[in-house]
Design a protein around this ligand. Sequence first.
Ligand code: GLC
Length: 727
Amino acid sequence: MSASASTSNIDIKVDSLLGKMTLKEKLGQLNQLSPWNHDEIAKRVEAGEVGSLLNISDPAQIIAMQHIAVEKSRLGIPLLIGRDVIHGYKTIFPIPLGQAASFNSLMVERGARIAATEASADGIKWTFAPMIDIARDCRWGRIAESFGEEPHLTSVMGAAMVRGFQDTDMTRPSSLAACAKHFVGYGAAEGGRDYNSTYIPERRMRNVYLPPFQSAADAGCATFMTSFNDNDGIPSTGNRHLLTDILRNEWGFKGMVVTDWCSATEMIAHGFAKNRKDAAEKAINAGVDMDMVSECFINNLEKSVADGSVDMATIDNAVRNVLRLKYQLGLFDNPYATTPRSLHYDPVHLATARQAAEESIILLENRNNTLPLSSDVRKILVVGPMANAPHDQLGTWVFDGEKEHTVTPLQALRDLYGDKVQIIFEPALPYTRSTDASAFARAVKAAKRVDAIIAFVGEESILTGEAHSLADCKLQGAQTELITALAATGKPLVTIVMAGRPLVLTQEALTSDALLFSFHPGTMGGPAIADILFGKVNPSAKTPATFPRMVGQVPIYCAQNNTGRPANANEILLKDIPLEVGQTSTGCRSFYLDAGTGPLYPFGYGLSYTNFRYDNLRLASDTIASDGNILASVNITNTGTCPGTEIAQLYVRDKVGSTARPVKELKGFDRITLQPGQTQTVTFSLPVSALAFYGLNNTYAVEPGDFRLWIAPNSASGPFIDFTVVE
Ligand code: GLC
């Protein structure tokens, strides 16, 4: 049956069922609950007052609730069981920010497919992922769940995750409905403080924050979730321009929209709704379909229909969106279908998670080729609070992965390399926030007896994720002091940072001989790190978000505008300003006296154990019609001594626009693996339409004119070439 035929067939079923429903039963379908009291919820389900449950993962409980809904409620409408399956279910993958660092969308898709397969085994049919908020502020704890700062990277990864979760047929037992969240602009919270207001003008909203969501909708994402933030005073959950004008009318989205947790009634706290009834009316009239947990829909909308505040047609449309999704998931035909629970932690899943971790670990520093550890290294000290932290290694938003399955770096080093090197282990700190340096002396003493020090620092997972923003993004506790003390021994020091955000690592970058950033790498992070340390794996990941020198530089990201006074590389910094000079004598440009002009590590940055040379960047033509194609090629050569994977990045700058344009925007990327001495031509074919943007008057168009293009190893270097777009 063709998609359109099956869709119209589903709509016929939906309308037939809708015609049988009472208003209370309709409102029941719009009501999502978290089963804090099983018996109480069971009664509500039987009464037809619940359309969906979340925060339930006990398969027996899920099946029991589903039987009640299907066999005891008057109309037998199955429940939709939702869960936060964000970066794995049982087998935990790197946090999404780490997955973004791989620039490998196929791996992201595979990871989501595996997560869907494992979650389906417990009866879950809907995940609240991908999270595709653009995040340009490392103070914001939820940057961990994002794919970082660049709209193109986030768009590609978000669509990959949708495909992975939903597969090609959502009726399959192993498919989950995906949920694009948080719609929209949540990552622009003022000050990086979670839930804070945002101020994103329409043009920036359309050029930066909306594109990943449009990509998710284009990828067929079944649901969207509204975000907690108000944007310029309008909470997303009550924003009709967003939820109806753009999502429904402009993009043609036919899926289902759910609020975030109580975000409907939180509009009262926002000062945008008078009371729960007003909140319910504002949400459903804006375009929300389902109310997550607040119960303001089911408890107030009967009155709202009666007094004319909400049309029955509005209610019916919301119910249609919920019922349609349930049909699309095959829930009416197979409400109890699951995959085998034996798939949890399947060896193939673990191996894939290990590869995902390998590809997400960034080599940031490697002085004197400290890494990979040479065969002369016979004795190592493994030290630090994240060396053997099975819970925290999994990262934020892990409800179902069990720490007992985590393989930590300490375990992996002992298992995989314990026969090659002697391993001494000293935690030195009991956890990342600890300021108890009493064990430092013992660690330093051990350090003096080894050939290399491997220090594991970073963030406990609870320091990242929702509601966990930091005003100062440094290593907490006495970790920096520990690194300094270890460096003072003069032994080769490899520092590995397991964290959920770009941290300020300026000090650690100076005192460590090598610096790896592993994010929270998930269940199999240990073997991935061990194999990188000993060179079995050559790191290839690149930064998915900019790493600041100081937190005061934030927000800092590659696609910034140039300003009228761009800084240059040789600005006079604080320490070099002569005494009593004239106010303007040291230049008047846009930079920080104390932090300089740029980040510690730019977007797209990462080293390898080998080196790559980019040359002979060329265009098929340097004058291109506005409906044409940009064909750009570069030769990349592995000039080192070991195979390596390079992530070549395509950036474009529109030199002059009807509004000022960013100095660099990512428009493509390609992963290539080269043997030593091998040269490969990398070619990007980019339709000129990809240069379109919302300019003056918010018109979306390609504006003819002069452009600059890079194919580069990161956003701060690499060859460029100019071209012109003509009408
Ligand atoms: C949370 C989060 C959202 C999550 C939802 C359900 O508050 O904001 O991302 O999916 O509630 O747990």
